[in-house]
Design a binder for this molecule. Sequence first.
Ligand code: FES
Length: 167
Amino acid sequence: MPKIKLAEKTVELIREICAQFNNQETELINVLHQVQHKLGYLPAEVQEVIAKELNASVAKVYGVVTFYSFFTMLPQGQHPISICMGTACYVRGAEKVLTEFKRQLGIEVGQTSADGKFSLSCLRCVGACGLAPVVLVGEKVYGRVSPQQVSKIIAEYQDGCASAQSA
Ligand code: FES
């Protein structure tokens, strides 16, 4: 993957977040969460700055980013779609829902659609098992999703804005 040159203000932002956690290596996961929340993803160049600020090895930061499924090194679509693959969701048909999203968007897990609108990922339990199977689009939660509802969910975001009504 080509090297990204980080803007100075991006580096500053990362430094500020690390400072909020007292540049403690033990706060690595919290720092990664905050940085991903602000930047959308955690490419290698961002990980290098975090490692330097927390006085941690780049290998350690990389290890944590790749271990947890909620961290991503790839740029996300405008509307990141995440399907919960935790036990409750899996048992209630999450895999069929995922297959339908893949089919309709024409992308695999970890990819972003050509127009940059949607990206697809899987999560472990998001703590809403009573609503299984659960799908997140950005921070909006959809519960008891069936494959038949997938087109309706995608359509909500096709015009660039989500409808206010919940599924
Ligand atoms: S298993 Fe999906 S929310 Fe718990």
